[in-house]
Design a protein around this ligand. Structure first.
Ligand code: FRU
Length: 484
């Protein structure tokens, strides 16, 4: 590949250079998946926000494009979404083109500095050439601010039942819903969430969509809400609510938060609009505001999670989101690095393997007690521990390499409660890249995503099965090709 700097992800999206945060404007149109993102082109720390841009045919191989949106007199360009206006209801097309319309938050720095509360407004922009070039709407902002300090991150989608555009944005401790016929004129509809879910920090980057429940005809609505701070393992994380939506109001009887990912590095994730088979595809920012500015890379900062399919699973009368990497990710898992024999109850296996640091490890097991250690020659390691006694899955990066850049980074194990894990053999799959690990258990019922900064490549895997009854089976380790 062409990107070979220390820690450069080899099969995750990262910007060619400089600072990146949230994914924005995820939309599919005419064979192209667009990925826009919060971008500061002048430094590797957060600064005046632009929308960077990349395109892909499979969401795995990406082509970098020029910056799509620059700040203007209304402010910096914060997070938002994009839709395909198939019927040109916006009227932006003049010669039969199909407009892509982006909706984003304007953040007026001067307004914030002068102590006002109305410095975040919503604006739109359109493209008539499938995202190549963008024009801001002359009537911006399309939603003004009536004095709400945090008022941002609009997610727009088409709601067939009422033939309206629906938009959800966040306002500090709750979400607000709006509707529009033409994407320009927005009508407020309702609020959600003041007394539901987690409130350890400000709500950010909402998303709302319907999903079928696995193996049934049932359909439920899911509201994603990122929160910073207040995640279960510290700093930023993404909670979700399951409920109903009637075109105006989202309702859920859920009081406690549910979490999409128990690692510390999956934030501000949202889903694609207009995907071919109504697939619900999610991409998150693989970092955490606790230490995002401090991670030890030099030319660029941070990457996106693998693209993941979202589904809904009913477990004992309750509904849970599952998230699992797309098939197109498996398609770059080519070379077989190793296939191990079963690790029998109370046994341990060690294998040395070049290429382990860029691989996918998979196995099946009904064991509820095991430990996987992924190591390098310097003794740096990441451990994955399944522990039946505490009913938890632990991801331990406390000795994973560079960590001193920030106190919160390596100070504790990351924990996921696993009460819902099935009794049957379930699958564990682990995706290792140069500076990240993503763990999916039971088809994504549990996910954990962490950044890591080992000082040399991992090349040793220890599988320790502490269960007295069940083997760890069908262990395969596949090398992942570079996407660059
Ligand atoms: C989330 C966030 C958004 C905001 C953007 C600014 O990470 O804080 O709420 O729009 O980042 O870059």
């Amino acid at each position: 590949g062409i990107y070979t700097e220390m820690y450069r992800p080899q099969y995750h999206f990262s910007p060619e250079e400089k600072w990146m945060n949230d994914p924005n404007g995820l939309v599919y149109h005419e064979g192209i998946y667009h990925l826009f993102y919060q971008y500061y082109p002048d430094d590797i720390v957060w600064g005046p926000m632009h929308w960077g841009h990349a395109i892909s045919k499979d969401m795995v191989h990406w082509e970098h494009k020029p910056i799509a949106l620059y700040p203007d007199e209304h402010g910096l360009i914060f997070s938002g979404s994009a839709v395909v206006d198939k019927k040109n209801i916006s009227g932006f097309a003049k010669n039969g083109e199909t407009p892509l319309v982006a909706m984003f938050t304007y953040h007026l720095m001067e307004g914030e500095k002068s102590g006002r509360d109305d410095f975040q407004t919503q604006g739109i922009a359109y493209s008539l050439d499938n995202g190549e070039t963008w024009e801001k709407y002359a009537g911006n902002p399309v939603i003004k601010n009536s004095g709400i300090r945090d008022f941002r991150d609009p997610k727009v989608f088409w709601y067939e039942e009422t033939e309206q555009w629906i938009m959800v944005l966040v306002a500090g401790d709750h979400a607000k819903f709006y509707s529009s016929a033409d994407l320009k004129d927005w009508r407020y509809a309702s609020d959600f969430g003041k007394r539901q879910g987690a409130h350890g920090g400000v709500w950010e980057c909402p998303d709302l969509f319907a999903l079928p429940v696995e193996g049934t005809e049932e359909k439920k609505w899911v509201l994603l809400i990122s929160i910073n701070p207040g995640a279960p393992n510290g700093g930023s994380g993404t909670q979700y609510f399951i409920g109903e939506f009637n075109g105006k109001r989202f309702t859920s009887n859920q009081k406690e938060p549910k979490w999409l990912d128990y690692g510390t590095d999956n934030y501000a994730g949202v889903t694609y609009n207009n995907t071919p088979d109504d697939e619900r595809i999610f991409i998150g920012w693989m970092s955490n505001w606790d230490y995002a500015r401090d991670t030890p890379t030099e030319k660029w900062r941070s990457a996106m999670t693998l693209p993941r399919n979202l589904g809904l699973r009913k477990v004992e009368d309750d509904y849970f989101l599952v998230n699992y990497p797309l098939q197109s990710v498996d398609d770059i898992a080519k070379s077989v690095l190793a296939r191990l024999d079963d690790v029998k109850p109370n046994k341990q296996e060690t294998i040395y393997l070049e290429g382990l640091h860029q691989s996918q490890i998979k196995f099946k097991t009904a064991s509820k007690d095991f430990m996987l250690s992924i190591k390098n020659a310097s003794g740096e390691k990441v451990d994955l521990i399944m522990d039946s006694k505490s009913e938890s899955l632990l991801l331990d990066r406390m000795k994973s390499g560079q960590m001193s850049f920030q106190a919160e980074f390596g100070n504790k194990k990351h924990y996921a409660p696993i009460q819902r894990l099935g009794k049957e053999p379930y699958e564990v799959s682990i995706f290792l890249d140069w500076s990240s690990i993503e763990v999916f258990v039971d088809g994504g019922l549990y996910a954990m995503t962490d950044q890591i900064f080992p000082t040399e490549p991992f090349n040793e895997l220890i599988v320790e099965n502490k269960d007295s009854n069940h083997a760890i089976q069908q262990i395969s380790i596949l090398g992942m090709q570079s996407i660059w």
